[in-house]
Write a protein that binds this ligand. Structure first.
Ligand SMILES: N[C@@H](CCC(=O)N[C@@H](CS)C(=O)NCC(=O)O)C(=O)O
Length: 235
């Protein structure tokens, strides 16, 4: 299988976590933002990444959108399952995943690019990096006002997710689901922002655990913490 991705995208990380959890071997092709449309739109009709190309006879040529990739992977290789056996719990996990995709992943993007353009400029002050950040900010309408709204949305989400993850190791049910994977991927850009790291240590502990369960390298900002070893998820 081939995963078309932006190497730094948190939605592409989400797809990699699922592939890793299922132990499916795949290759990645990193696309250049802007130019990616030429490759992706004829395949899916969408402009977004990730896109999975199964490259297997009898399977679809291309699957766009991380949620659709989850569904495909679950049918293609049911075990280990990312869908919960209890249908009520699976519906709840799917609702959480959708909320994380549509609302929280976007809020993370706003807060992250605001940080990278300001306080976090030192991470990569190069002209190229700052130019990419500027284009992304324009593309998504990221400015002081929209960032403040995103921060409020995120604060609420982090409170709720901390509560869920503190009560149980998993957001829904008693094993890893699409909700945990979506949360781990879509909150991961916050690992580079000191305020979030200090305020929500247990969230980042969970993000590390989930990456380890999925065999996915840790996101920027967590590599060193991960090496020290954190409390494992209870079995
Ligand atoms: N709902 C989509 C969102 C994916 C998404 O927003 N991808 C961004 C990268 S993080 C993208 O491809 N943006 C480029 C564009 O919209 O042209 C999914 O889950 O796959």
């Amino acid at each position: 299988m081939l995963l078309l991705q932006f190497s730094t995208s948190h939605y592409c990380r989400k797809a990699r976590l699922a592939l890793g959890y299922k132990g499916i071997s795949y290759q990645t092709e990193n696309l250049t933002p802007g130019m990616h449309i030429l490759r992706v739109k004829p395949l899916t009709g969408l402009t977004t990444l990730p896109v999975l190309l199964p490259q297997i006879v009898g399977q679809p040529q291309a699957i766009g959108d991380s949620t659709e990739i989850f569904k495909f992977l679950e049918t293609y290789q049911p075990e280990p399952s990312l869908f919960l056996p209890n249908s009520e719990q699976q519906t709840q996990a799917a609702m959480l995943e959708d909320w994380l995709d549509e609302s929280i992943g976007t809020a993370t993007r706003f807060v992250y690019y605001q940080f990278r353009a300001g306080e976090g400029k030192v991470i990569d002050p190069s002209l190229f990096s700052q130019m990419v950040i500027k284009v992304v900010r324009q593309q998504y309408g990221i400015n002081d006002t929209t960032v403040e709204l995103a921060k409020k949305r995120l604060a609420n989400a982090l409170l709720v997710l901390s509560m869920y993850w503190q009560k149980d190791d998993y957001l829904v049910g008693s094993r890893l689901s699409i909700a945990d994977i979506a949360a781990a991927a879509l909150l991961s850009p916050l690992a580079l922002i000191p305020d979030y790291r200090q305020a929500y240590p247990q969230i980042f502990e969970r993000i590390i655990n989930i990456h380890q369960l999925c065999g996915e390298p840790l996101p920027p900002g967590l590599e060193d913490v991960g090496a020290q070893g954190l409390r494992p998820i209870r079995s």
